[in-house]
Design a protein. Structure first.
Length: 256
C-alpha cells in the first residue's frame, strides 16, 4: 500500500489482523504521523517503517508479541488491553514519552529498555510480582503499578533510581492493600531519600500540613526500627555468647 502523503489513519473497531502495511517500505507511508487501530484483531506489533509516526494507539487488540524494537520519532504508544506477557521488543524508542501497557498479562519487565525520554509509564492491571529488571528511566515522572501481584515491600527499593518520579500509584497490590493508610509511610521510609520530587501517592497529593505529618511519621518509624534493630543485634550477640546446650548435655551450671 503506497499512500506517501497520508498523515493519519483511524480505523477502530474492525477486523484488521496485521500491521504489515506499516512495515513493508519506508516510503509507502512516508509522512504518516498518527494511527489509531484500537479494537481490531492484530496479534503482533512489527518493526514500523514509518519514520514520521509519533502516535500509535493499538488498544484492545490481541497483541502477544512486540517486534517494534526501535523507533526514532514515536512519542506515544498505547497497547492497553492486549495479551503481552513480557516487555520484550519495546526498546530503543528515543523520543517516546508516554507508554501505556495497562491490562495485559505482563509478568516480567525484561526487554523494556533504552527509553531516554519516557515520562509516563502505565503498567496497571498486569501480573507483576516483582520489579526485577526495572529499567533505568532518567526522565520518568509518573508510574502506575496498580492492580498487580506484589506481596511485599521488598520491591520498593528497586525504584530508587527513578529520581525524577513525581507520582507513584500501587493500589490494588496485595501488600499495599494490606498496609492501607500506612502504605504512604512505608513508601517514604523506603524511598523518600531517593525520590525527592515524589508528591502524589496513589492518586492523592497531601496538603502541606498532612505532608509534614507524614514526614514526621516516617522519622518516628525510622527511629522505631533503628531501636528494634539494635535490640535484635544485642539479643543475637547474647545468644552467641551463651549458646543452648547440645542434645544430651547438661547446662553449664548443672555440670559444675
Amino acid at each position: 500500500m503506497k499512500l506517501p502523503y497520508l498523515v493519519e489513519i483511524v480505523a477502530k473497531t474492525n477486523a484488521i489482523g496485521s500491521l504489515d502495511f506499516m512495515s513493508e517500505s519506508p516510503d509507502a507511508l512516508k509522512f504518516l504521523q498518527k494511527v489509531d487501530l484500537s479494537t481490531n484483531k492484530i496479534t503482533v506489533l512489527p518493526h514500523i517503517q514509518c519514520a514520521n509516526l509519533y502516535k500509535l494507539i493499538l488498544d484492545e487488540n490481541e497483541i502477544a508479541k512486540s517486534e517494534l524494537k526501535s523507533h526514532q520519532n514515536l512519542k506515544e504508544l498505547s497497547l492497553k488491553k492486549n495479551k503481552l506477557t513480557t516487555c520484550e521488543g519495546i526498546e530503543r524508542m528515543y523520543s517516546l514519552h508516554t507508554l501505556n501497557l495497562e491490562e495485559n498479562e505482563i509478568a516480567s519487565l525484561k526487554g523494556l529498555s533504552v527509553l531516554p525520554k519516557l515520562t509516563s509509564l502505565n503498567l496497571k492491571t498486569n501480573k507483576l510480582e516483582k520489579l526485577d529488571e526495572f529499567p533505568r528511566l532518567e526522565m520518568l515522572e509518573t508510574l502506575e503499578l496498580d492492580a498487580n501481584l506484589m506481596a511485599t515491600g521488598a520491591e520498593l527499593p528497586k525504584l530508587a533510581e527513578t529520581r525524577t518520579l513525581k507520582a507513584l500509584s500501587m493500589a490494588g497490590n496485595p501488600w499495599v492493600d494490606e498496609k492501607g493508610d500506612d502504605f504512604k509511610k512505608e513508601l517514604l521510609f523506603a524511598l523518600g531519600e531517593h525520590l525527592p520530587l515524589l508528591r502524589v501517592i496513589n492518586g492523592e497529593e497531601p496538603e502541606a500540613e498532612s505532608w509534614a505529618e507524614l514526614q514526621q511519621a516516617v522519622k518516628d518509624l525510622k527511629e522505631e526500627r533503628r531501636i528494634a534493630a539494635e535490640e535484635a543485634a544485642k539479643a543475637a550477640e547474647e545468644a552467641a555468647k551463651n549458646p543452648p546446650p547440645a542434645d544430651g548435655e547438661a547446662p553449664a551450671e548443672d555440670a559444675e
